[in-house]
Design a protein around this ligand. Structure first.
Ligand code: HSE
Length: 338
């Protein structure tokens, strides 16, 4: 399986490390022999038509901070996404919720050239969900995005595949690990700015942390979930959104006296689509701390189920890419068999 990896930040590098440690089980358990033929960052491309030496790619990135000086065959094409032959294109560039670029153009080029796409970039899906799904269907390839919500926790897969025959009517959750970490620290008495600095140092926050604290990251995830799980056709503009930077520190003590915690809550039901800080009962299963994410789904027949797990982290998110890759491989095999 030939793979192009576009975006070599924490998630891209973690994915390469994961491939290095899991190649034998991927082959034994799923029949997948991954061959990464190109890795791309903002300054350069590492390319090998026969499959890159992933240790060399990682070492170059670590030593020089970019792939500009990678020693290998040179690409002659200036449109590598369309011109290279590959079964899967991984779009792992940072999220941009204003224009969705460059991720949106990358995904469109890959789908048009009939490559299956896996992305953890929320921008393109938050702004152009329906048209990207249509484009993937039209080109008969898969667009998968498990890691856009919940990091490595299979929030989307749970809702989409584990409740078949039932109908999810609403869901409520904590969708952003950084703000949950900050709110947890603030409840312990740390001022907002110090809690934010700590979250940045620990590598939880987005490249642009205002995406986390203003609620945009959670809103983007809410849009992806509402479209994919509930079949809505909504974008970021449809979400009522309040961030966490203006919470009065006294709110934490007040909530605690009532057995509650202040959390950045995302909610989707027939009449509401919002992200805002709210006090919730400490007994509510979604009342999790630290960088954890949690979502309670309510369905017509099976009641409420809550899924909880780490919502951020390079290796966790890389594991979601591997899940998507396995699904793509299984789909390709079924297609060949039919
Ligand atoms: N910054 C995001 C979060 C990363 O804190 O949840 C995962 O999407």
């Amino acid at each position: 399986m030939r793979i192009i990896v576009c975006g070599m930040g924490v998630v891209g590098q973690s994915f390469l490390k994961l491939l290095l440690t899991s190649s034998s089980s991927l082959y034994k358990d799923y029949g997948i022999k991954p061959r990464v033929i190109a890795c791309v960052d903002s300054k350069g491309i590492a390319f090998s038509p026969t499959g890159l030496d992933l240790e060399k790619v990682l070492a170059t990135k670590e030593k020089y901070g970019s792939l500009e000086s990678f020693d290998g065959p040179k690409l002659t094409s200036d449109n590598y996404i369309e011109d290279l032959d590959a079964e899967a294109f991984l779009e792992l560039t940072p999220t941009n919720l204003s224009t969705a670029e460059p991720g949106l153009s990358h995904i469109i080029s890959a789908l048009r050239s009939k490559k299956n796409v896996i992305t953890v970039n929320k921008g393109p899906l938050a702004l152009s969900f329906s048209s990207l799904i249509e484009l993937s269907d039209y080109n008969n390839v898969m667009l998968r995005f498990s890691g856009t919500v919940g990091g490595g926790t299979p929030v989307l897969d749970f809702a989409k595949h584990c409740l078949k025959g039932d109908k999810i009517t609403s869901f409520t959750g904590i969708l952003n690990g950084t703000t949950n970490y900050i709110l947890t620290r603030m409840a312990d008495g740390l001022p907002f700015n110090e809690a934010l600095k700590d979250a940045k140092e620990k590598g939880y926050a987005e490249a642009n942390p205002s995406l986390d604290i203003d609620g945009d990251d959670a809103a983007a995830k809410l849009v992806i979930m509402a479209n994919w799980i509930m079949g809505y056709k909504v974008t970021l503009a449809d979400v009522e959104k309040v961030g966490i930077s203006n919470i009065d520190p006294n709110e934490f003590a007040k909530a605690s006296e009532q057995g509650k915690s202040v959390k950045l809550i995302a909610k989707c039901d027939k009449s509401e689509l919002f992200v805002k800080p709210l006090p919730i009962s400490k007994d509510d299963p979604i009342c999790v701390n630290g960088t954890l994410n949690a979502v309670t789904f309510r369905s017509e027949h099976s009641g409420e189920q809550t899924i909880i797990g780490k919502g951020a982290g390079g290796m966790e998110t890389a594991s979601s890419i591997l899940r998507d890759l396995i699904e793509i491989k299984q789909n390709m095999t079924n297609y060949e068999l039919n």
